[in-house]
Write a protein that binds this ligand. Structure first.
Ligand SMILES: Nc1ncnc2c1ncn2[C@@H]1O[C@H](COP(=O)(O)OP(=O)(O)O)[C@@H](O)[C@H]1O
Ligand SMILES: [Mg+2]
Length: 236
């Protein structure tokens, strides 16, 4: 599903969090939103998801004006840095949660949960509880939970932000591989330029609620090279 962001602004009182954003996210692309803290990245994701309304402008999902679409109708899955798993539910129950909520028959839920456990390479952990998993494993479960209802768009807001560098690196390459196997338009927020370069096909740089630059990872490497303390070309 494509996402067209047309002239979107968001004001909180007199503060302009998003200032006339125009962007096109192509179907099944993997795009990173990068920018400093407070630049409006999360606000844009929340507007796309339907959790927040723009003050101005429109979001078109697969060519349809999203203004009348509920959160469920948007077919969007999301994962946030602190979007905790349900502690009292097993890994399987967490993954199947959205399907159970939609009254999908139990055998179908179980089949889908099995597929997702395989996808996130955690087959042996179906009956474990979140507290028994590592941070990286928990974020994989959160991703599986977001994918359970087969969303057409996946929104990831600093999903690896709380993890240590080694796990982050593993999850980045894993996410790229996973995206290659799924048909899902993916928007990935990070404040880390390197992470964006490693993960995404296209990078959108935010600054003060505006789009400052749209570039391919290679171009981003060259523009960063000037300020970096060490060579970056190994990233790609
Ligand atoms: N509900 C809100 N009320 C008031 N200000 C908000 C609200 N949500 C976000 N903001 C402000 O909008 C700006 C952009 O926030 P955000 O989109 O979360 O930035 P980012 O994700 O890039 O760090 C910040 O200055 C933030 O304080
Ligand atoms: Mg944010």
């Amino acid at each position: 599903m494509s996402i067209l962001i047309e002239n979107v602004s968001k004001r909180f009182g007199t503060f302009e969090a998003l200032d006339h954003i125009n962007l096109e996210i192509k179907t099944n692309s993997l795009v990173a939103l990068v920018g400093g803290s407070g630049s409006g990245k999360s606000t844009l994701l929340r507007i796309i998801a339907g959790l927040e309304k723009p003050t101005e402008g429109r979001i078109w999902l697969a060519g349809q004006d999203s203004v009348s679409l509920s959160i469920q109708e948007r077919e969007i899955g999301f994962v946030f840095q602190n979007y905790a798993l349900f502690a009292h539910m097993t890994v399987s129950e967490n993954i199947g949660f959205g399907l159970t909520l939609r009254n999908i028959p139990r055998p179908r839920v179980e089949t889908r949960v099995q597929q997702l456990l395989h996808l996130i390479q955690l087959e042996g952990f179906a009956k474990s509880y979140p507290a028994q998993l590592s941070g990286g494993q928990r974020q994989r479960v959160a991703l599986a939970r977001a994918l359970a209802t087969e969303p057409k768009v996946l929104l990831l807001d600093e999903p690896f932000g709380a993890l240590d560098i080694k796990v982050r690196k593993e999850l980045r390459s894993w996410l790229r591989t996973l995206h290659g196997r799924l048909s899902v338009t993916t928007l990935f927020v990070t404040h880390d330029h390197r992470e964006a370069i490693e993960v995404a096909h296209e990078i959108i740089l935010f600054d003060g609620g505006r789009v400052k630059q749209v570039s391919h990872p290679k171009e981003m490497i060259s523009s960063l090279q000037g300020v970096a303390k060490e060579p970056l070309h190994h990233l790609r």
